[in-house]
Design a protein around this ligand. Structure first.
Ligand code: NAP
Length: 246
């Protein structure tokens, strides 16, 4: 088995479910020591078990990303990492008039402020060591208007902009920062709303939902040395867009 990430430590947020769990398993399979983050300790233990069963190494840290102090504690407990995957995120749907302040703040705090604080805490030590990789999880809804997903898409559009800012800010120090914009993906998160992912899938050129592993595969590529000249990119893993037609 090829282990291009041997000797590296990777923090993956939201690794207790869906895409984050698939990323954690994929990176551990490439030799990284995984720090799996989430809130739910039972699901955290399941991620660690899935990795260890495959011969990998992992530990779990619980932290609620809505609280800035809790995000800082997560960074401190994780310690120096070589790879940071800002995957944890929420998507709650609603039209603009129906989106209350609490919903707005939750999206901003979890989807934007938490990755920002983790970048503040964890990228400078990477830069000081002259090496590191960050991948931020974004969405098609950050660049295409998605009905009922305005504030969700706006927070992810902000994260895409920060991806390019950090790529510039830390690129000369040997740290690469990229994003993956995922299309509709089958996860416990999307399963909460029956028909959500399947409905969105009809707007893709491939005409189907993605598996979490199909998104994780691209994240895995981006964090390996094979992607050494990829920086500041937002890689679309969306199944392609349907053409408009007369
Ligand atoms: P999911 O199944 O709902 O899992 C979300 C993860 O985020 C869980 O591990 C959850 O931890 C964690 N999380 C949520 N709120 C948190 C909080 N307040 N504090 C700490 N952790 C929190 O999500 P998913 O569908 O795999 O999506 C993962 C990422 O991909 C998100 O950023 C999402 O926006 C993006 N994305 C998803 C899709 C899709 O179709 N699924 C498409 C495009 C982009 P616990 O369960 O332990 O609480």
């Amino acid at each position: 088995m090829s282990t291009p990430l041997a000797g590296s430590r990777a923090l993956i947020t939201g690794a207790t479910s869906g895409i984050g769990k698939a990323i954690a398993v994929a990176l551990a399979g490439l030799g990284a020591q995984v720090i799996a983050h989430g809130r739910d300790a039972d699901r955290g233990a399941q991620t660690v078990e899935a990795i260890e069963k495959r011969g990998g190494k992992a530990r779990f840290i619980a932290a609620d990303l809505t609280e800035p102090d809790s995000v800082r504690r997560l960074a401190a407990e994780a310690g120096p990492v070589d790879i940071l995957v800002n995957n944890a995120g929420i998507y709650e749907f609603g039209a603009t008039p129906d989106t209350d302040d609490k919903t707005f703040d939750r999206h901003v705090n979890i989807n934007l402020r938490a990755p920002y604080i983790l970048a503040q805490q964890l990228i400078p030590p990477m830069a000081a060591r002259g090496t590191g990789v960050v991948v931020n999880l974004s969405t098609l809804a950050a660049s295409v208007p998605a009905r009922q997903a305005g504030i969700y898409g706006a927070t992810k559009a902000g994260l895409e902009l920060l991806t390019r800012v950090w790529a510039d800010e830390f690129g000369r120090s040997g740290v690469r920062v990229n994003a993956v914009a995922a299309g509709p993906t089958e996860t416990p998160g999307t399963a909460v709303t029956p028909g959500l992912a399947e409905g969105l899938a009809t707007t893709t050129a491939l005409g189907r939902v993605a598996s979490a592993e199909e998104i994780a595969n691209v994240v895995a590529f981006l964090v390996t040395p094979a992607a050494s000249y990829v920086n500041g990119a937002v890689v679309a893993v969306t199944g392609g867009q349907l053409a408009i037609a007369p």
